[in-house]
Design a protein around this ligand. Sequence first.
Ligand SMILES: *Cc1c(COP(=O)(O)O)cnc(C)c1O
Length: 404
Amino acid sequence: MQESSELSQLPDIDGHFGPYGGVFVPETLMPAVRQLADEYDIARHDIGFQNEFSSLLSTFCGRPTPLYFAERLSEKLCGPRIYLKREDLLHTGAHKINNAVGQILLAKRMGKTRVIAETGAGQHGVATATVAARFGFECVIYMGKVDMERQSLNVARMEFLGAKVVPVTAGQATLKEAINEAMRDWVTNVRSTHYLLGTAYGPHPYPMMVRDFHRVIGEEARRQILEKEKRLPDLLVACVGGGSNAIGLFHAFLKDEQVRMVGVEAGGRGLTPGNHAARFQGGKLGILQGTKTYLLADEDGQIQLTHSVSAGLDYAAVGPEHSYLRDVGRAEYDYASDDDVIAAFLSLSRLEGIIPALESTHAVSYIMKHAKEMLSDQIIIVNLSGRGDKDVQQVAQYRAGSGT
Ligand SMILES: *Cc1c(COP(=O)(O)O)cnc(C)c1O
């Protein structure tokens, strides 16, 4: 295994995490991607930028978020001590606002006046619409038509915030198609427009930049657990869509070799093609939407359909840094099925008085299954990436038996 201290220095200057990552975009987008990489490189070393970012994280977003000891959940599982990192308490209800704030500050520096974004569950669309309103940007959000129906509440929120939500009907009409449309828009309007990508994915510098904007999650959690328990946790668990909340939690602990890390993907209805989004089960190396990484494709390289009860995890590829962390054995990846996720959603709601986002519930479900393999003096931190208000309808339908 590669030295853990080196792992936290990645990517290299061209955006590679080992064989993964890089920049795979059409020629027309190269100048925009390069401008972004250059500008971010200056901004990340600019104390003024970092101060403005930190200040907004605390006053606008509500950081630091608490590290909460889930006493009844821990008791019920008769296993280790379980802490929840409460990203669900952030403004707009999920971790996504961290990255949205970072990128809108960057867009402002670059003199852009318009932002566009893709969204799956709508959480990233809401976060983007929120920062666009706050900074007076024009805002267009691309969203699959299927997702718009699944997440109509978030569509209304984006519209109230002044964003235009454009339905995407191509293909499966979910997140992948929405990203294609956003990229198309970016090519056409590159002078005025910043593409505010919502996860640790896409061409360099996005995977690195988005990770950096979320690194605060792990930095806070590390400090908080040392304060409360006087030692590091034994295990970190987070759900993995594109991988931003997971890498945000993991990054500050990469050097701590005694801390295990598990990312949980969407197992959906089972691990057969079209029924899940567990890229590390049955996925392979490929290139999609700007980066080289693990993805779900058939024999001919056609991207497979995906399914998850949670729209935010319903994507055929995973962020390149996770592919590398898995290859070198620093992080492990597991999956949770829709059925187990619904059960865990109700358990956490009833045991702790916290209704979690279905995405985050994948991490909770992993703990419910595996806590018994651990000792009672061990410590787990679960990233509760978002709250479940947006999922109430979805869960009610699922329970009524009409769930998809
Ligand atoms: C979008 C979202 C995710 C998945 O995205 P990552 O980039 O993998 O974090 C997870 N949880 C919540 C609450 C989300 O809104």
